[in-house]
Ligand binder design. Sequence first.
Ligand code: ASP
Length: 412
Amino acid sequence: MDKRAGNIVLYGMILGAVFGVVGGYYFVGLFESISFLGTMFLNALKMVVVPLIMASMIVGVASLGNVGKLGRTAGKTILYYLVTTGVSVFIGLVVVNLFRPGDGVEAFGAFIPDLVADSKEKTLIDVLVGLIPPNIFAAAAETRVLPLIVFSLLFGGVLVSIGEKGKPVLAFFEGVNTAIMKLVTLIIYFAPVGVMALIGGIVAKNRETLDQLASGLGWYALTVIVGLAVHAVVILPLLLWFFGKKRPLKYFVNMGQALTTAFTTASSSATLPITMESVEEKNKIDPRAASFVLPLGATINMDGTALYEAVAAMFIAQIYGIDLSVGQQMIVFLTATLASVGAAGIPHAGTVTMVFVLAAVGLPLEGIGLIWAIDWFLDRCRTTVNVWGDSIGAAVIAQTREIKNNSCQVPD
Ligand code: ASP
């Protein structure tokens, strides 16, 4: 997509979002009836996610050339994920201790939402076991992204090692990758309407909780938002500038379509096609870094989610009048980081994995019911930060020696 068209689409998306909010609030019936357009847009994005992840990762990994480089790149990528996630949780803990949004709030209406109850038996071990899919087609059919990534990583690595025989297979996936990216560009043209319909539908549906945003839970929502803002506006841009060698404002504007989509869909995975387009085409990040860092990041690097989980857990503790010691807050720090890694890039996933955090410090799971009413909104905010963090990770990794000095493109 050329620059001019890209800008027009971006303005269209922002206008669409504004129309969606206003329209969804005042014309509930109308926006409920056109919300199917949003579903179509979301489905179009989800439609390309599986082939995109597989093709781009296989090509990206193979183009790194050898297992040693892959190992070092993977190591640096994971380090970036962990450090940024850790910093964001730390910011969350500082902000929530300063603001203390839960003090004096009544614990009325506590309950365990169905989504949470359904998966409360899950442990982090289950997440680990789930990394290896017994059936790769079943994983693809259910859009379980993490197992697909693991498979693609191994497959791409092996392809290079088998020499001549691997080349046609690699060429095939290169073709698939290019074609899918082209499809993504086409889908983006529909984004303004998709965004309007999705936001309109969600505002129409959650209209009554908007009051709660302004009142009871407002202080808590503000705490999350301030934390997210510090991380997204100060920490991440500094990293981008120092290590990624990019101008943050320009990078941010170029990410506009992806960030708007993240806010609209509340799903890092569904946003992934647009994130890849924005990072590679608009911000001109080396595809070898992007195709590796972004799919992996969309499922395991969630700065916003981790921060949110820490703030939410502390908020619940404050409501119940439970004072968590520094040691217990360390446990919140660790479990929130891990729980964000375990959360899938889909709506509300972070709220579900928060069970780990609450259980680790002995807080009642019913506390989740207290914050559930406005989760639809905070989910959007944290997903936007998640995607922003991934995109900056791609820029940072693109500057590492393995990628920069790697003249070894896909072997021919
Ligand atoms: N919705 C988030 C994402 O897709 C995950 C979460 O619930 O925090 O990035």
